[in-house]
Write a protein that binds this ligand. Sequence first.
Ligand code: ZN
Length: 61
Amino acid sequence: MHFGRLSCLFNSHKPNRRSVKWTGLSYEGNCRSCGRLIARAHAGKWRRIAKSDLETVDSTG
Ligand SMILES: [Zn+2]
């Protein structure tokens, strides 16, 4: 496992536009630097998706 770019270490990913899809909840795609699955959190801000992250996410729903 290696990281594509330093920005990815700071959870600042850039999507490969060809991979981006609308899931009905959010835009998801693969980072063009590290290839990980990412989702758009805010305009221009993408964060990595991981099952472990989802399990530990703060659910204040
Ligand atoms: Zn990345």
